[in-house]
Design a protein around this ligand. Sequence first.
Ligand code: SF4
Length: 281
Amino acid sequence: MTNHTSLTKKNAEKHPPHGILKSTVPFPKLESNQAVIQEVFSSIQGEGLHAGERQVFVRVAHCHLHCAYCDTPMTTPRGDCAVETQPGSNQWVAVPGLQRVEDTEMLIAGLIAQAPHHSVSFTGGEPLLYPYYLKSLMERIQRLGVKTYLETSGTQPHSLAKVLQFVDVISMDVKLPSSTKEAERWQQHADFYRTATQAPHVELFVKVVVNHDSTLDELTHLASIITDTQTPIYLQPETSLLEDGVLNITPSHLLNLQGFLARHFSTVRVLPQTHKMMKIS
Ligand code: SF4
């Protein structure tokens, strides 16, 4: 889920957005301590409550959704994992994509040793497709003294329950049909939010991608699900997949949506994908 939006130069060249080219690498048969990982790198979080923080990113492969605005490939072309050799260098080496918990931990530990990091961000794809792997890896990360940060579509409550004990921060997406062009997910979002808020140790915020088709009716649904009015809400204007830096929403509609939600919630911020402005991973 996802700093789903960190389409690197490398990706842009090698992996067109999956809305245009879907992965041909099928979801493999896995043991519980395995996952398919696309990328491991150190960079700056570009979205939401912790925008600007230094993180290690672990980008898993595959997702059960098909959001129309998604700019993240579902796998690399050969199913391997790209690891950046030096943070910010855009030089990558390929390692096997199918990884055991200890394989990924070793890659993460190597990056953490180079500089202090706020947290390890599990993004995708959908990290909660791999709950047993995630639970075990998150526990190990916390033992290293680093926080765990889960970027998710907010649609897999049962998997969330399995890992919740070892999650420090959740960036929960609420998917509006107007932006995903998929069926509504209100019930899944409601169950996910209820599960997440059962863990008082978790810092939770909600991210919503909006565009010119997004409606106040959809935001009314959102407000009925996100029952704690103190939950921070981040509206993320959808960016064009075709034109660099172009937003798919007018300023007046964006302000209209923000103003509506601000009557329900104490914190409603508008934040575009800042890592794209900086042109970093
Ligand atoms: S949840 Fe949507 S945006 Fe995120 S990886 Fe899956 S398809 Fe892409």
